[in-house]
Design a protein around this ligand. Structure first.
Ligand SMILES: [Zn+2]
Length: 429
């Protein structure tokens, strides 16, 4: 449903001065509601749409569409990309997206690695970079590294900052999304109530939106994955931490404070080690890379203990463990297999509770784990699924690679700026 009126509340993005006054979550919308509906339809069509096809797709009148098309052309957001002949009428002009008209930056702040990407308006990654996340306890040091990464990548890709809609930041939870604050990320030592959104916005002069990493990864999967809007799935994020993003037909389920997906205290081994929450064998103390490398050391796979307070050391040891497992070491492989069964158990709690029928794995460590996990998880999940006689639970790996968090953060920017939002429709009606 759309409002068939030619609202003129939207203003061209190019007319919005890019000053430090444009901060926080005030990401500019790319036009009024109807304009974003039309732009979104053109974007999704890949090969473009004629005005007649747009009328059929959106329900807007020819006059309204004509006005919107003119505005989109004036703002260079779309281009006339040729003509199509259908029937005996005169050829119709096709409107296609102009991918280089606008860009979004995505930054994924992982405790070990910070990944930065630039997406064009079509969602294509045009540039990427990675840098070690500083181990300094002073957040300012890390924020400055992020600013430098963003600036250098824009320069490298020759993207003028005036064409950048905003920066999306994917960070470990929990976050205070209203205030743009990272509350107390477990693997970034010394960080507490860090106002990362406003600090980054002040230093880059760009609007910034903060998203939890698992939610960002789920957004990326919706934008770029083989996704059907009727589907419901759990996105399992495997990184320095493990999180699970929830996607229903309407989009990502973020919860009342944008912190949905905290699955660390689901018990996956009742006889496992004690957890700070008072339970035993939570996901947080059995399946994190830090737990697995400790276990590997105890079993003699590694001669030396690993400094689990240092995310970089944990990452190096974890990569090594996966390589040893891949080379045929039975003990190493057994550690990974056990973690797969436990993660399947945690995922089954969500798929059973929500009656979901698909689990998608991704995150920076997925490529290293995919072989073992795809071997173990489907069967384990099937056995744990209450309704498996009614529907199976499909298990897939993401098609988006290790940058899924950063890509998702940039997609969040586009989501806010382009995708028609039902809330706006309700408020306007
Ligand atoms: Zn716990």
């Amino acid at each position: 449903m759309v409002i068939d009126t030619d609202l003129t509340g939207g203003r061209p993005l190019s007319a919005v001065p890019r000053t430090t006054a444009r901060r926080g979550t005030n990401l500019p919308r790319m036009g009024d509601f109807n304009q974003t509906v039309v732009l979104d339809a053109i974007r999704r069509s890949r090969s473009g749409l004629s005005r007649v096809e747009l009328a059929a797709a959106t329900g807007l009148s020819a006059q309204t569409l004509s006005n919107i098309a003119k505005r989109l052309l004036d703002q260079s957001l779309v281009v006339e990309s040729g003509k199509v002949q259908s029937g005996r009428g005169k050829p119709r002009t096709v409107l296609s997206l102009n991918p280089t008209a606008r860009y979004a930056v995505g930054v994924h702040l992982d405790p070990a690695v910070t990944t930065c990407v630039i997406l064009d308006l079509s969602g294509k990654v045009v540039a990427r970079s990675t840098v070690r996340t500083p181990t300094a306890t002073d957040p300012e040091v890390t924020i400055d590294v992020m600013v430098t990464a963003i600036t250098e990548l824009l320069d490298k890709a020759s993207v003028n900052q005036d064409r950048v809609i905003g920066v999306g930041v994917a960070s470990p939870g929990p976050i205070d999304s209203k205030r743009g604050i990272m509350v107390k990320p477990p693997n970034l030592h010394g960080w507490k109530d860090v106002p990362i959104r406003d600090a980054l916005s002040r230093k880059t002069g760009l609007p910034v939106v903060l998203e939890k990493d698992v939610a960002a990864a789920a957004v990326a999967e919706i934008w770029g994955g083989d996704w059907d809007s009727r589907e419901h799935f759990v996105f399992v994020y495997l990184g320095t931490g493990i999180g699970m993003g929830l996607v229903s037909g309407e989009g990502v389920i973020r919860g009342s404070s944008q912190n949905a997906g905290e699955v660390g205290h689901i018990v996956v081994d009742p006889d496992g080690p004690e957890c700070v929450c008072g339970l035993r064998g939570c996901l947080a103390v059995t399946c994190m890379p830090a737990n697995l490398v400790n276990e590997a050391h105890e079993l003699g796979v590694f001669p030396d203990p690993v400094d689990t307070s240092d995310p970089v050391s944990v990452e190096a040891a974890f990569i090594s463990l996966c390589k040893i497992a891949g080379s045929g070491d039975e003990q190493a492989r057994a550690i990974i297999e056990k973690s797969a069964r436990r993660v399947a158990k945690a995922a089954s709690v969500l798929t059973n509770a929500l009656d979901f029928d698909r689990v998608v794995f991704g995150g920076p460590y997925w490529p290293m784990l995919s072989e073992v996990y795809l071997d173990i998880v489907p069967e384990a999940l099937h056995a744990l699924t209450v309704e498996h006689s009614i529907h199976p639970v499909q298990v897939d790996g993401t098609v988006l690679g290790t940058d899924v968090g950063a890509v998702g953060a940039a997609c969040t920017v586009f989501n806010n700026a382009i995708s028609p939002q039902t809330k706006r429709l309700l408020l306007n009606s």
